[in-house]
Design a protein around this ligand. Sequence first.
Ligand SMILES: Cc1cc2nc3c(=O)[nH]c(=O)nc-3n(C[C@H](O)[C@H](O)[C@H](O)COP(=O)(O)OP(=O)(O)OC[C@H]3O[C@@H](n4cnc5c(N)ncnc54)[C@H](O)[C@@H]3O)c2cc1C
Length: 240
Amino acid sequence: MPIYKTELKRKEEIATGTMAFHLEKPEGFAFKAGQFADYTLINPIETDAEGNTRGFSLASAPYENDLMFATRMRDTAFKRVLRAMEIGREITLDAPYGSFTLHNNTRIPAIFLTGGIGVTPVRSIILQAAHDNLPHNIFLFFSNRRPEDAPFLDELTEAQKKNPNYTFVGTVTGMQNSARKWDGETGYITKAMLVKYVGDLTLPIYYLAGPGAMVTAMRKTLNEAGVDDDNIRTEEFSGY
Ligand SMILES: Cc1cc2nc3c(=O)[nH]c(=O)nc-3n(C[C@H](O)[C@H](O)[C@H](O)COP(=O)(O)OP(=O)(O)OC[C@H]3O[C@@H](n4cnc5c(N)ncnc54)[C@H](O)[C@@H]3O)c2cc1C
């Protein structure tokens, strides 16, 4: 893939311990919603054994002006440099990669199961689908401990107003530690929760994204609900 130089335009905290980084979209750069990029820091002031490159999903939708990625801000050299990075600093982009993209057959519903930072490629797909008025029936099941921990929660809820074919189902597992109001679902994503919103679970294509343990747990839930592995697509975030 071509290597691009881009620069940091903006950074912000979007959930507890989670930051979004907005980058200039390089001239001629094109990608599909759901793909990812490898980002390399240029002459960082510190580094460690994991090196200066990480892969992050492109959380921005292709129609948006900027590129954006979001990450859990753990205490690693790469992320310390990222957190302190000045606006205007250059970063190298090797992209696009990946096939975690929406299927073409509009008669088959798409079900996204994710939690926490795993929502990054899903944001891109859902916002692009709303922008393009895609006819697919889309459901997002989004699990977090608390609303405070859920990146892009408001945008993903609001997108239902733009896309009548899209249903957002948020669920939280640790409301006792939250200061926010919540009138969505509570508890883990279960077969019963899926059936309540989707009905027939054998028809859709399922998309699971996030750290390996999360993807494994969600696949198990689906398999126990009778979903065939042929209908499950995954994006595993290594390194968590
Ligand atoms: C296709 C793809 C898409 C991805 N998309 C995203 C994304 O959108 N957002 C995102 O945040 N990540 C994403 N990732 C994961 C990302 O590439 C990094 O691996 C991840 O963010 C961890 O980087 P790090 O600098 O925190 O840890 P690293 O320095 O890479 O360390 C990784 C190793 O050290 C351990 N480790 C490091 N710090 C800690 C800690 N504080 N506690 C426990 N263990 C620790 C980890 O268990 C792991 O074994 C994606 C990965 C892939 C393959």
